[in-house]
Design a protein around this ligand. Structure first.
Ligand SMILES: NC(=O)C1=CN([C@@H]2O[C@H](COP(=O)(O)OP(=O)(O)OC[C@H]3O[C@@H](n4cnc5c(N)ncnc54)[C@H](O)[C@@H]3O)[C@@H](O)[C@H]2O)C=CC1
Ligand SMILES: O=C(O)/C=C/C=C(\O)C(=O)O
Length: 481
């Protein structure tokens, strides 16, 4: 069985503990590889490798650094087919999604930040005739990147690429549930000759590897994507050392459909927003708010479309939803369906685990689920479920829609459907979220600020925001005298 090692100082390293964790294929429930069970000893080795590599990496020209990143981007593109298979196998997501979204975006992340760093400038301020100030943007040193299992390489590279472009050296940890593509990336970095120590990957759990990374005194910043509870723990651990933190956390995002929306588009995209990647994307629209005058018609058509979604083998090109990441996660999602019933919800379709025939008989599949009849403040409508479950909520007025949209602890994204331009502007401004889409969902431009408010996180990723996060501004004031 394949054993995935750490990548430290440009070398494959076994875990200091000598122990390995099983890697399970969610579509079959079978263990198909093992990954190093890292510990603080491995983190220490990775941090020292990164620290040693930092002076040379930071003093390279941006063009030289960009050159390495572009070679990595090209390498990912050249391996798209194989890496998409690996990502699909590791996560249970449809292969078609990994081919069209995950792996292309990972390549784009490197290409984007390679070119962005070439365009980045810093400010200068003239103080009358007395002085000129200019701002140096200096890399931080060693930074930690911790990513989740839902979009493994996509989010891993979304952090690593800007950190490296800005001149930092990285210690990174993919989710222990999905370590495969991060390991493939390490091999590619070795192949393109990325200097040893510039990128180090330590595998293992959050408590054994993530926490030692966060508290390590030589780690100057932590970029994390994952659950809100974990983000809160990381913030508490990092606070005594005043580390820079970028936390991209959960969401309970509203899709808001007004009666004046383009009906067909709103219908199709609200299904996609709820169920893409089995609902395991922090941006998924898990609360579907529909104007009361449209509600019954929209509900009927929405449920019909959801019943037409195909849950199946991720390798089948006709599959819309693959397996959930783990049996434990599926149990958690199903427990929310049970909770919804207790809270008075009606299951309009779905609600059960699914047993597929053949090679996927023991996979972690679940029916796409639509629930109505719940109060906006009940737990089902307040807590992140992170699975193929959407609740329908009718509203009567624009004010009520905004009220319900904002009535959760989260504030990541929203998708608003209306053809009334003035309303679109009003609602977008009033929603408490870092990202509002109007008449679309998850349309991404990598230059835009990405992140959430309230319990959805702190800071912004994307574009120059990410490059600013991974640098420290230093003002230099020079007198003309
Ligand atoms: N992008 C998102 O918004 C995501 C949200 N979630 C939410 O979080 C819930 C729990 O899922 P998990 O797999 O447990 O996600 P998680 O937030 O625990 O895991 C994300 C990453 O953080 C690491 N990690 C865990 N505990 C840590 C700690 N104390 N210090 C440092 N790193 C740590 C994990 O090993 C993984 O690499 C999900 O049910 C879902 O609701 C999960 C994954 C992604
Ligand atoms: O950057 C994007 O396009 C999407 C990011 C998605 C997440 O951060 C997530 O699902 O956790």
């Amino acid at each position: 069985m394949q054993r995935l090692m750490h990548y430290i100082h440009g070398q494959w390293c076994p875990p200091a503990s000598g122990e390995f964790l099983p890697v399970v294929e969610p579509a079959t429930g079978e263990v198909y590889a093992e990954v190093g069970a890292g510990s603080s000893a491995d983190v220490e080795a990775a941090v020292q490798a990164a620290q040693a590599a930092f002076p040379a990496w930071a003093s390279m020209s941006v063009r030289q650094r960009a050159h390495y990143l572009l070679r990595i981007a090209e390498g990912i593109e050249a391996r798209l087919a194989l890496w998409a298979e690996a990502e699909s196998r590791d996560t249970g997501k449809p292969l078609s999604l990994a081919q069209q979204v995950d792996i292309p975006r990972a390549a784009l992340n490197f290409e984007f930040f390679a070119t962005a760093i070439m365009q980045m400038a810093s400010e200068s301020y003239q103080t009358g005739t007395q002085a000129i100030n200019y701002v140096l943007r200096q890399p931080l040193g060693v930074v930690a990147c911790i990513s989740p299992w839902n979009l493994p390489l996509y989010l891993f590279t979304w952090k690593i690429a800007p950190a490296l472009a800005a001149g930092n050296c990285v210690v990174a940890k993919p989710s222990e549930l999905t370590p495969m593509t991060a390991t493939l990336l390490a091999g590619l970095c070795q192949e393109v000759g990325l200097p040893p120590g510039v990128l180090n990957i330590v595998h293992g759990t959050g408590s054994d590897v993530g926490e030692p990374m966060v508290v390590h005194p030589q780690v100057k910043a932590v970029s994390f994507t994952g659950g809100t509870r974990t983000g809160s723990r990381i913030a508490a651990l990092a606070a005594p050392q005043f580390k820079k933190l970028s936390l991209e956390l959960g969401g309970k995002n509203p899709t808001i459909v007004f009666a004046d929306a383009n009906y067909e588009q709103a219908l199709e995209m609200s299904v996609r927003a709820a169920f893409r990647n089995q609902g395991e994307i922090c941006l998924c629209g898990s609360r579907l708010l529909v104007e009361a005058s449209l509600y019954e018609r929209f509900k009927t058509d929405f449920v019909k479309k959801v019943q037409g979604l195909r849950v199946g083998d991720p390798l089948d090109p006709a599959t819309d939803l693959g397996a959930l990441i783990s049996d434990a996660h599926r149990q958690k999602v199903l427990s929310y369906v049970a909770l919804a019933k207790e809270e008075g919800g009606r299951i309009l379709t779905g609600g059960k685990a699914l047993e597929l025939p053949g090679r996927c008989a023991h996979g972690y599949f679940m029916e796409p689920t639509v629930i109505e009849g719940l109060d906006a403040h009940c737990r089902t409508n307040q807590e992140e479920i992170f699975g193929p479950v959407v609740t329908l909520i009718p509203f009567n007025t624009e004010e009520e829609a905004i009220y319900i949209a904002n009535a959760t602890p989260y504030g990541l994204s929203a998708s608003v459907w209306t053809q009334n331009l003035a309303r679109a502007h009003r609602v977008a401004a009033a929603i408490e979220a870092g990202i509002v889409w109007v008449n679309t969902w998850m349309l991404r431009d990598l230059r835009t600020p990405f992140g959430g408010v309230k319990a959805s996180g702190v800071g912004r990723e994307g574009g120059f925001e990410a490059l600013r996060f991974f640098t420290e501004p230093k003002n230099v004031c020079i007198s003309y005298e």
